[in-house]
Design a protein around this ligand. Structure first.
Ligand code: SRM
Ligand code: SF4
Length: 511
């Protein structure tokens, strides 16, 4: 592994920058950077190392940073959401937030001069943004209805928190895991429904019984990127819940010390597994752990289709319900965040949950409060019964804020979903995922229809286009979608999607 102080050999500029100074070292410089302003910050610190604290310089809106938090298992208190609302409210029109495809929240409009105060506020309500970007472990996803779903097998909440605490040293920052060869994703599924898209994570835990004990089978190496998309493969390991965090620590240590670092397109965990083979990888993890691992259970407990959790569902706690509300393409303004926090306080247990489909869940609504809850004005915007395609649409950030983007995504995704929902009826939900470039943040490969933004030529002009993927399947026997159509002009997309929905997904025109 390269460490701060090591003499750089032939390495990418990212490896060199990490070796020169660990991103976590910027903790000491945040006050100073807040004082001198974004234009005076060393460019490598501004554009690169600040991401170790979740602060992303946005070239499209210079001076207005994006702040990516960590929301383990996607669970927030109303106090935490209201605090985030306060933070973005101070930026007026420039302040907003997005629920991400990792069950997480990103704040927009953040000014560097406010960061010390913002970090104090986040700290006071128990939130951290540490190690949420660059070559770190991203927000750890868990079952969005953990602890409240009647069919749950394992409650993932404490496990996810335990793994986050290990990786971030309880939110203080942990230099043991702050210089990985590349980004890293971990997901823990807790029910029969694979609600975390386990297969596209570097480590995924799936509930599985062995000798009547409920634990997890472990998959490794899944990831999506512009150059390679691959499902996670079995590690042939079964662990009990108490072994989840230690196993994550051991895998991360093996990856940190041995993962390829020369070429960033070939440095995710699967490349190490390719290099070694799964047997050697498993043996090295055992060596790191200092103990033998149990072989995988014959089967995991994942069954059937994944639920989107939109709608009203009875909880396992008698007399209570949870409400899954659709947040169109995950975008929130400060007023929305205050309104959701308020809903959770008035009707629920002061808790708001996030899903990987960029939606929210309000748990613990008593039966006799349900009617009043359903009359709340905010439910007109965040509906428990949205239009069919709006219900399932997911979109990455796209051209509005992301400089990798080749097309505008969120607005376009929403308009098309609304218009096509008016024109067609559907026998079953159809999941459409948009992503503004091949990096695949919007997870197009897990969707029924996945759209990947690109550039094309028409009449001698550069235009926005999409490649269309179909056949992504989540839940049992998950598979990644495959390319169906290449280079479809965005201006022709409505017609193309309409035909595709009719021909391949049994949609019917509404007369
Ligand atoms: Fe992503 C880079 C947004 C989930 C694969 N992703 C980026 C950056 C940071 C690029 C940049 O600096 O502008 C985007 C920030 C834009 C912005 O202003 O919001 C960005 N990624 C997102 C989010 C916000 C999309 C969303 O709207 O939900 C998601 C944040 C998740 C979180 O809370 O941490 C997000 N990104 C993903 C996922 C999905 C997932 O994790 O399940 C993937 C594919 C899965 C994977 O990583 O295996 C993903 N993002 C990438 C990649 C390609 C990684 C690779 O190995 O090549 C990049 C580019 C990179 O890392 O070089 C990237
Ligand atoms: Fe940006 Fe591309 Fe990721 Fe969309 S997929 S957020 S455009 S990097």
């Amino acid at each position: 592994m390269t460490k701060a102080g090591d003499k750089p050999t032939k390495m990418s500029k990212f490896e060199r920058w990490k070796a020169e100074k660990d991103g976590l070292a910027l903790k000491e410089e945040l006050e100073n950077y807040a004082r001198i302003g974004w234009e005076a910050i060393d460019p490598v610190d501004r554009d690169f190392r600040l991401k170790w604290f979740g602060l992303f310089f946005r070239p499209k809106t210079p001076g207005q940073f994006m702040l990516r938090l960590r929301t383990p298992n996607g669970i927030l208190s109303s106090e935490q959401l209201a605090e985030m609302a306060q933070i973005v409210a101070r930026y007026g029109e420039d302040g907003s937030a997005d629920i991400t495809t990792r069950q997480n929240i990103q704040l927009r409009g953040v000014r560097i001069e406010d960061v010390p105060d913002i970090f104090d506020r986040l700290d006071r309500v128990g939130l951290t943004s540490v190690q949420s970007g660059m070559d770190n472990v991203r927000n750890i996803t868990g079952d969005p209805v953990a602890g409240i779903d009647a069919t749950e097998l394992i409650d993932t909440r404490d496990l996810v928190q335990e793994v986050q605490d290990l990786i971030t040293n309880g939110g203080e920052g942990n230099s043991a895991f702050s210089n990985l060869p590349r980004k890293f994703n971990i997901a823990i599924a807790g029910s029969k429904d694979n609600s975390v898209h386990a297969e596209i994570n570097d480590i995924a835990f799936l509930p599985a019984y062995k000798d009547d004990i409920l634990g997890f089978n472990v998959l490794v190496g899944g990831y999506l990127s512009s150059s390679r998309c691959v499902s996670a493969i079995p590690m042939n390991v079964w662990v009990e819940a108490k072994e989840v965090a230690p196993l994550c620590g051991a895998i991360l240590t093996v990856y940190r010390d041995n993962g390829p670092r020369q070429n960033r397109k070939k440095s995710r965990l699967m490349w190490l597994i390719d290099l070694w083979g799964i047997e050697k990888f498993r043996a090295e993890v055992e060596r790191e752990l200092g103990t033998k691992l149990a072989t995988a259970a014959a089967r995991d407990e994942i069954e059937g289709e994944k639920s989107d959790r939109i709608g009203i569902y009875p909880q396992k706690q008698s007399g209570y319900n949870y409400a899954g509300l659709n947040v169109p393409v995950g975008r929130l303004c400060a007023e929305d965040m205050f309104a959701l926090a308020n809903l959770a306080e008035v009707y629920g247990n002061k808790e708001i949950r996030l899903t990987v489909e960029q939606n929210v869940i309000i748990p613990y609504i008593e039966n006799d409060k349900l009617a009043a809850f359903l009359e709340e004005p905010i439910l007109k915007k965040f509906s428990p019964n949205p239009k069919p395609l709006v219900r399932e649409v997911v979109s990455c950030t796209g051209a509005q804020f992301c400089s990798f983007a080749l097309i505008e995504t969120k607005n376009r995704a929403l308009v098309l979903a609304e218009e096509l929902s008016e024109e067609l009826s559907f026998p079953e939900p159809i999941r459409i995922h948009w992503t503004g470039c091949p990096n695949s943040c919007g997870q197009p490969q897990v969707a029924d229809i996945g759209l990947i933004g690109g550039k094309g030529r028409k009449d001698g002009k550069t235009i926005e286009v999409v490649d269309i993927y179909t056949g992504g399947k989540v839940g049992k026997n998950s598979t990644l979608g495959t390319l169906k159509m290449k280079g479809v002009a965005c201006e022709d997309l409505k017609e193309v999607l309409r035909n595709l929905l009719i021909e391949q997904f049994d949609a019917e025109p509404i007369n």
